[in-house]
Design a protein around this ligand. Structure first.
Ligand code: ARG
Length: 458
């Protein structure tokens, strides 16, 4: 066992930490990326300590300058992180004392790593969520642009993955616009609960020093301050919320990715993905594979897993801080990275996809997708909908036997099913007419889609 009593908390120990334990408990490999936020929080804390005369102003100035220098060292890749110092908080504190001497030891007055790490996570997540909100706007903009560009493209709309009714591709794209819009709202809303200052809670019970939490909150841009120190050091709801919002976002990304995979297959051939976003096969020379959407679909597994992981970490924890909470880092960081990368690349694919409008239009001709409209046509001519449904069912059955579409039947053939049918039916049943009649709010009619695009200002 290696002896080491040089820990920042080493006073109470007569033996050093086992090497295996040092390696096992260290989080520096994972949490070093918190350094900017850790330093930002420490600077605010030091300024407050000086303002409250808890430490001399001269020391606070040294601390602030020292922390800024450390930030530059880390920025430049010149900082030697040490697992012996466990985590980012202690790595920075040790370096601070190395640089500025005894004053460095005053920074941690009226503070615990428990409220410090809670603060860092909130500062970090606030920045990540802000980036994600913006990147979702970019993805939405790409979707709206694509919708506008392909405004007249008709495609089959599916239920049960069976052709159902023709829709505008633009309407389909704008469905994703709305899904990502809800995701954006969820992230915006989550900021409300991320933006709460936990610092000042100490290890669990608060602090004896006359700190000014309102001042720290102002320096760090927190509109709210936590009200219960026990809750503040053990609360990770804001992370759970982020992982939940990310998981729902990934449900949407994954569904869209799945459609990309389907649509770019030879069976559908509705779209072609840009070459730069596909990969080949090491064996089959003809292959052009949609790996990017496949990976987005696959990465949903990690993100859902991270949510599950943190829920499991949290569920049995007695109040307040427990070391288990250190395990919140990987779920957060990996989710944030995965979300940012996936949303960005999805936008690029949407911008670069080639739409094979003829294929879509052709597919929209088959599958009796105007059958509902023939029923509506009969209803307009006085038949009850249930009866019309029955009549059209028989028409479809006849068509299947003949290998024809409804609109390919002769007038005489159609009349056999109902004498309410006249030659106006042929125009009535065209895919354009079918789409164009869905004018009720939220329907696929072109004029609705145009109105929606205007609303979105594309
Ligand atoms: N590295 C720890 C974490 O991420 C920091 C807090 C440690 N607190 C403690 N009492 N050991 O949770």
């Amino acid at each position: 066992m290696k002896k080491s009593n040089s820990k920042l908390w080493g006073g109470r120990f007569s033996a050093g930490t086992a090497e295996s334990v040092e390696a096992f408990t260290a989080s520096i490999d994972v949490d070093s990326r918190l350094y900017r936020h850790d330093i930002m929080g420490s600077i605010a804390h030091a300024k407050m300590l000086a303002k409250q005369k808890i430490i001399p102003s001269r020391d606070a100035r040294k601390i602030v300058r020292g922390l800024e220098a450390i930030r530059r060292e880390i920025d430049a890749g010149k900082f030697a992180f040490s697992p012996a110092d466990e985590d980012i908080h202690m790595n920075i504190e040790r370096r601070l004392t190395e640089k500025i001497g005894a004053a460095g030891g005053k920074l941690h007055t009226a503070r615990s790593r428990n409220d410090q790490v809670a603060l860092d996570m909130r500062l970090y997540l606030r920045d990540e969520v802000t980036v994600i909100i913006e990147s979702l706007s970019v993805l939405q903009r790409e979707l709206a642009r694509a919708a506008k560009k392909h405004l007249d493209v008709i495609m089959p709309g599916y239920t049960h993955l069976q052709r159902a009714q023709p829709v505008l591709l633009a309407h389909h794209l704008l469905a994703y616009y709305d899904m990502f819009g809800r995701d954006r709202e969820r992230f915006i809303d989550s900021l409300e609960r991320i933006n709460v200052l936990p610092l000042g809670s100490g290890a669990i019970a608060g602090t004896t020093f006359p700190i000014d939490r309102v001042y720290v909150a102002k320096l760090l841009g927190f509109p709210r301050i936590s009200k219960n120190s026990i809750d503040a050091v053990s609360d990770r709801d804001f992370l759970l919320e982020f992982l939940a919002a990310s998981s729902i976002l990934f449900v949407h990304l994954s569904r869209w990715a799945d459609e990309f995979v389907l649509w770019s297959s030879q069976e559908f051939a509705f779209i072609e993905l840009p070459d730069g976003y596909c990969t080949g096969s090491s064996m089959m020379p003809q292959k052009k594979n949609p790996d990017v959407p496949e990976l987005i679909r696959g990465k949903s597994g990690r993100v859902f897993g991270h949510l599950q992981a943190l829920l499991t970490i949290m569920k049995g924890l007695p109040l307040a801080y427990n070391r288990d909470l250190q395990e919140d880092k990987v779920p957060l960081f990996d989710t944030a990275d995965t979300v940012k990368a996936s949303v960005r690349i999805m936008g690029e694919i949407v911008a670069g996809m080639k739409v094979r409008r003829e294929r879509m239009r052709e597919a929209a001709r088959d599958g009796f997708m105007n059958a509902t409209d023939l029923a509506d046509y009969l209803v307009e001519r006085g038949m009850a909908f249930r009866a019309a449904h029955e009549v059209v069912g028989r028409v479809v059955q006849f068509c299947i036997g003949q290998g024809k579409r409804i609109e390919e039947l002769s007038m005489a053939e159609l009349k056999r099913f109902s004498d309410r049918i006249d030659k106006k039916v042929y125009n009535y049943l065209s895919a354009e007419a079918v789409v164009g009649r869905r004018r009720a709010l939220g329907g696929t009619a072109r004029q609705n889609v145009v109105r929606r695009l205007k609303e979105l200002r594309v």
